[in-house]
Design a protein around this ligand. Structure first.
Ligand SMILES: [Zn+2]
Length: 290
């Protein structure tokens, strides 16, 4: 079976969780592998298996090589492994009714590697992953690599998902749209938002901008905004260091917009190291519907 047909079949089983991004009507999958709404708006599955549900053209900020680097760093280096374990434990603790099928959505998923790592760590066969990102490049890579999940190019400000369609929402180091997140989260579900703390990747920032460039950063505003939309169940401060080897430092530099405005010589000095410690400092906010 082609990837296109396989994805169409998967989305068909979850079609009640979708809505038309143009008019909000219910949708179904038709025989030619399109998602069609009751008012006849149609969206074709791509040959890689994703659906493009954007209603306006968007020029991507991030290119193919950034998502390739992210994929390799997230799946092959130790950098984010402790984060994935914490997310797994949170989800296993908070996900009720384990026997019936449910959706875990990652909103702003990029090339999908965090979602896929968390799904794998959870090991729950009844869960289907759904990744959405505004970047067609990111979603194309996700759909090529991970065929058991649903991949959507879409807009956080107008999610093509039905009210109360998802049991777990992930939003990892990515912008949010809480109005939409509130709408699609099931009453008994949870949202897990991961935001960078002040020391996140501090070695990279120090190497690129020097020790004097301390980042003044507070998550208070993010936390206040989160609490205005959800009942906060927990906040976990996760801070650890991992030792990366030279090739992994190169990947880290390639996936970080921080380097775009940096001095190329400083960047070379950073990636030429044989190994270096890198700090991961994250706040993990967990909430449920109010
Ligand atoms: Zn429609």
């Amino acid at each position: 079976m082609s990837k296109k047909m396989q994805s169409a079949n998967l989305v068909d089983t979850w079609s009640s969780c979708f809505k038309c991004p143009l008019c909000g009507s219910p949708v179904r999958v038709d025989g030619d592998a399109s998602l069609v709404c009751s008012k006849h708006h149609a969206f074709d599955f791509s040959k890689q298996g994703y659906l493009n549900l954007l209603t306006r053209p968007v020029i991507g900020k991030y290119g193919k090589s950034l998502f390739e680097a992210r994929h390799h760093l997230i799946t092959e280096s130790p950098l984010y492994k402790p984060l994935h374990k914490v997310l797994r434990d949170l989800i296993l603790k908070a996900a009720p009714d384990p026997a019936s099928p449910w959706l875990m959505a990652d909103l702003g998923c990029g090339e999908g590697s965090h979602l896929q790592s968390v799904l794998k760590a959870c090991g729950l066969p009844q869960v289907t992953g759904l990744g959405l990102d505004i970047s067609k490049e990111g979603i194309t890579q996700a759909a090529k690599r991970y065929e058991d999940s649903i991949w959507l190019v879409g807009d956080l400000a107008g999610l093509p998902l039905a009210d109360q369609s998802c049991r777990v929402l992930l939003n990892i180091l990515s912008p949010a749209n809480y109005k939409e997140f509130t709408r699609i989260l099931k009453q008994e579900g949870i949202i897990v938002k991961v935001v960078p703390g002040p020391d996140y990747l501090k070695e990279l920032r120090q190497a690129l901008y020097g020790d004097g460039e301390k980042r003044s950063y507070s998550n208070k505003h993010t936390l206040d905004l989160f609490c205005r939309h959800f009942d906060r169940l927990d906040t976990i401060q996760l801070n650890y260091r991992q030792r990366l080897i030279g090739t992994e430092l190169q990947l880290l530099a390639s996936m970080t917009p921080l380097v775009w405005s940096s001095d190329p010589e400083r960047l070379q000095d950073f990636v030429r190291q044989e190994t270096a410690w890198v700090t991961v400092d994250l706040d993990i906010l967990v909430g449920r519907s109010q």
